[in-house]
Write a protein that binds this ligand. Structure first.
Ligand SMILES: *Cc1c(COP(=O)(O)O)cnc(C)c1O
Length: 383
């Protein structure tokens, strides 16, 4: 087999098998410990992982739950919102962000994003605020924080909650104008994250968590995640059953100690991609925000000459996987017809849905693979 052929079969969007091989003995021991002790539900690893994550994030409380979508739902449930209240979200995000809003009988108001960072546009938020607006849900898309200082300013001016969807940005730092740094998700009323296997801190199944610095909201969110229970068989709220599995917590406890190294590996790969794709007029490489570090959950290009779909097919033919996150603005999804509201036209979102292409990005990506991937891209534009 030629070297190119060997490379082709090996390139993954996310290489979870190789990552596991690196930490296999630690992970296997952690899983076996859970099984030996048979504390499958709310075992000691759940609270010890939550405490370690709170420490890592420098946040008062971490409430573990079953997945990132539940984290968003529980956060919104804790805020005492009324049916018909409006929640402002970016139109360019994963469906979960707006889905939970619809599920709770609230109105997702979908606004446009910034053309450089792809994160929610602050002027667009400002235009969308009405007397019924109660919260803003910024998404730290692809691993880089939204403009939180400006968002918080608007929120405090209008008395709004801010719930950060940080499913893609765990470990990223938000950088205030004065240089102060805090972890993504620790700025708003709540931060919500996902431990889906392919996320930057992924477990081996489903998992999620909320963070907050508000003791009252933390307590309430903790109860809501556990059937609204204040003490055993006493239920203060209508809640849900959303637990982080003990085995997943044990895995996450091991992987948390590698999170900064993982972010570093992703940054190294991103910088190499930047270099390899530097002088291509059809390709826009990711723009870094001055207000955030980037943890490159995705390395996402914009293909500006209209050939995105043809490039994706060409990559596939050459054994290179790629993904389109996301092909459709949320307000154009069938599920949201007649439910939410799109604020004016959303030209940036519409454009990004036609232009974005995410390349393989993970902690085990090799330089050789990246050269191969970018050579295929270069070959496509030279045809
Ligand atoms: C992954 C993701 C979620 C949902 O997380 P799950 O754990 O899959 O429920 C929510 N928002 C964004 C932006 C995500 O990327």
């Amino acid at each position: 087999m030629s070297k190119a052929a060997i490379l082709q079969g090996n390139i993954q969007m996310v290489d979870l098998k190789k990552q596991y091989q690196q930490i296999k003995s630690e992970i296997d021991a952690a899983i076996h410990d859970c099984i030996d002790n048979a504390a499958f539900i709310n075992g000691p690893q759940v609270s010890s992982f939550a405490a370690k994550l709170a420490d890592y994030l420098d946040v008062q409380r971490v409430v573990p739950c079953a997945n990132g979508t539940d984290a968003l739902q529980i956060a919104l449930m804790a805020l005492d919102l009324q049916r018909g209240d409006e929640i402002i979200v970016p139109a360019f995000t994963y469906v979960a962000t707006a889905e939970v809003i619809g599920l709770l009988g609230l109105v997702p108001v979908m606004v446009d994003v910034d053309p450089e960072t792809f994160n929610i546009s602050v002027p667009a938020i400002e235009k969308a605020i009405t007397p019924r607006t109660r919260a803003i849900v910024p998404v730290h898309l692809y691993g880089q924080c939204a403009d939180m200082e400006a968002i918080l300013e608007l929120a405090s001016l209008h008395g709004l909650f801010v719930v950060e969807d940080t499913a893609q940005a765990i470990g990223a730092d938000y950088i205030y104008k004065d240089g102060r740094r805090v972890k993504a998700g620790t700025i708003g009323t709540f931060g919500c994250t996902s431990f889906f296997p392919s996320k930057n801190l992924g477990c081996y199944g489903d998992g999620g968590a909320l963070y907050t610095n508000d003791a009252i909201f933390a307590e309430k969110a903790g109860m809501i995640a556990n059937h609204g229970q204040s003490k055993k068989y006493h239920h203060r709220y209508i809640g849900c059953n959303s637990r982080l599995d003990t085995i997943q917590a044990a895995i996450l406890e091991v992987k948390l100690s590698y999170l900064d190294a993982y972010s570093e590996a992703r940054n190294k790969a991103a910088i190499l991609y930047d270099t390899l794709l530097a002088d291509m007029s059809e390709v826009v490489t990711p723009v870094r925000s001055a207000a955030s570090t980037h943890v490159f959950h995705q390395y996402t290009l914009r293909i500006t000459n209209g050939d995105r779909d043809a490039l994706q097919a060409f990559l596939k033919d050459n054994g290179v996987p790629s993904m389109i996150y996301y092909p459709l603005p949320l307000n154009e999804q069938e599920a949201f017809k007649g439910l939410g509201r799109a604020e004016g036209s959303l030209p940036i979102t519409v454009q990004l849905c036609k232009e974005v292409l995410s390349l393989p990005m993970h902690t085990e990506l090799t330089e050789e693979q990246q050269v191969f991937i970018t050579d295929v891209i270069k070959a496509f534009f030279k045809r």
